[in-house]
Design a protein around this ligand. Structure first.
Ligand code: PLP
Length: 466
């Protein structure tokens, strides 16, 4: 059995690809100047794509072109309402094409990945058993617990893709009760950036009569996602991580659970017919299409933005995007490897294929302090903390929950364990200069220390301005 991550594109060098994507794609904010605490200004280096990526210029242009024609969706008789309804429903088709959906799949628009997975948790049949690795983002770990009739089986952290498949197979084989089962797995970790063996996990799930949902929040912005080829039952992702930060998300996949469950939200749009009964009550007939779970006025701008991003990425070509991102990853990893005080966090080891997301700790540094200095002294935006994946980061740091120390005092003196990590993440809009500045900044901070003093304010490390 191959455990090569199935979603991996094949290009190895940017130059070898025929795509124009060897250059960063234009994004908003690339020329924004931010002040340095040490004086002067510098262009902001957005290296927190895993949290939220900047909007693609193309997405912004599409939204701006549509904005004057904005109108109510599904409701109005007017020209702009019809145009907006067409735009909304065509966006559904564009997203289905982007994900390689099967003919009878549904594409439901939500607010985010968190919302999508909560929707799936709400529509899962009674008594569904859910299998989820403890290494998942909280959005994948937690929604199932909202249902008293769902048993959640947390699987221990695997140390290789192969072990992930074996762990899942063992858990599914040992399943006590009959009945529906669902596996929830990420495509790419939001902590380590490592790719998970999605196709193999899907095969294992199906071999044991379970279904599988792919959390593609971190995968979709970096790699093609093909729901049919990967043979997953559902895919969830967020617009704001896919260069379309306008408040929409997607749950796409099998229609049956969606069609048979009660609507996620009850209200207009989800109901096909609402009629008075003779006894004074009300009868409701719900839609059986995606509209069943989209009650209320839809976020047409957010949805159109996602469709626009899907088209922009497809047209740019994932082959070139993947190849270019690999070069950035190699640059960051090589730079960090030259600083012995830096430890990059990994579940699957150095050779694991990954997207542009890396977490690390620096010996002798409080992570919040380090991230604050990157921002204040170099204009670099990264993230510090546990990244809404507390069990995974705890495993990788081998530390137990505790309050991090004051930022002035290193929490992780030599030989001690860090309590938080630093995450750097990038993607299609990242110029080489951003990762080069980051690598230089890490080297200088570790060698020379911070040039400014910092203090803790409301739990965050901030420059001390006296
Ligand atoms: N899944 C993964 C892997 C994530 O990284 C995130 C967000 O960081 C989520 C789910 C939740 O996404 P959202 O906050 O857009 O709901």
């Amino acid at each position: 059995m191959s455990t090569r991550p199935s979603a991996l594109a094949s290009a190895d060098s940017c130059a070898a690809s025929s795509s124009a994507a060897c250059e960063p794609l234009p994004v908003l904010g690339s020329d924004v100047l931010v002040p340095l605490v040490t004086g002067g200004e510098v262009t902001y280096a957005a290296l927190d794509y895993a949290a939220s990526a900047p909007a693609l210029r193309r997405v912004w242009d599409d939204i701006a072109a549509y904005a004057p024609y904005y109108g109510s969706v599904h409701r109005g008789a007017g020209y702009l309402s019809q145009l907006s309804t067409d735009l909304f429903e065509n966006s559904r088709k564009d997203v289905a094409a982007f994900l390689g959906c099967r003919a009878d799949d549904q594409v439901v628009f939500t607010r985010s990945t968190t919302d999508s997975l909560n929707l799936l948790a709400a529509v899962a049949p009674r008594g569904t058993q859910v299998f989820v690795f403890e290494t998942e983002h909280h959005a994948s770990l937690l929604p199932w617990r909202q249902r008293a009739d769902i048993a959640v089986h947390y699987l221990s952290a695997p140390r290789s893709p192969r072990q992930a498949v074996e762990t899942l197979e063992t858990a599914l084989a040992g399943r006590a009760a009959e009945g529906p089962a669902l596996v929830c797995v990420t495509g790419a970790s939001n902590v380590t950036g490592e790719l998970w063996p999605v196709r193999e996990l899907a095969a294992a799930a199906h071999a044991h009569g379970a279904r599988i949902v792919l959390d593609a929040a971190q995968l979709a912005p970096h790699h093609p996602v093909d729901i049919a080829a990967a043979d997953v039952d559902w895919v969830a992702f967020s617009g704001h991580k896919l260069y379309a930060p306008f408040g929409a998300g997607v749950l796409a996949g099998r229609a049956d659970w969606l069609r048979e469950a009660q609507p996620y939200l009850a209200g207009g749009g989800a109901s096909r017919k609402v009629a008075r009964r003779d006894d004074g009550g009300i009868d409701v007939e719900w839609h059986t299409t995606a509209a069943r779970h989209e009650a209320g006025s839809p976020n047409v701008i957010g949805v159109y933005a996602i469709a626009s991003a899907c088209k922009a990425l497809t047209e740019a070509g994932f082959e070139g995007l993947v190849a270019r991102e690999r070069q950035l990853i190699a640059k960051v990893r090589a730079g960090l490897a030259e600083v012995p005080e830096v430890r990059v966090l990994s579940l699957f080891g150095d050779d694991a294929p990954r997207v542009g997301v890396l977490s690390f700790v620096v010996e002798g540094w409080n992570s919040s302090h380090f991230a604050a200095a990157l921002s204040a002294e170099y204009g670099i935006g990264v993230r510090d903390g546990l990244f809404c994946a507390h069990p995974l980061v705890r495993t990788l740091l081998d530390s137990e929950p505790d309050e991090p120390g004051e930022c002035g005092a290193p929490e992780a003196a030599p030989g001690e364990r860090a309590l938080n990590a630093i995450r750097v993440s990038f993607g299609a809009g990242t110029p080489d200069e951003h990762v080069e500045r980051f690598v230089r900044a890490v080297r200088e901070l570790v060698r020379d220390g911070a040039r400014w003093s910092y203090r803790t304010e409301d739990g965050r490390c901030v420059p001390d301005r006296g």
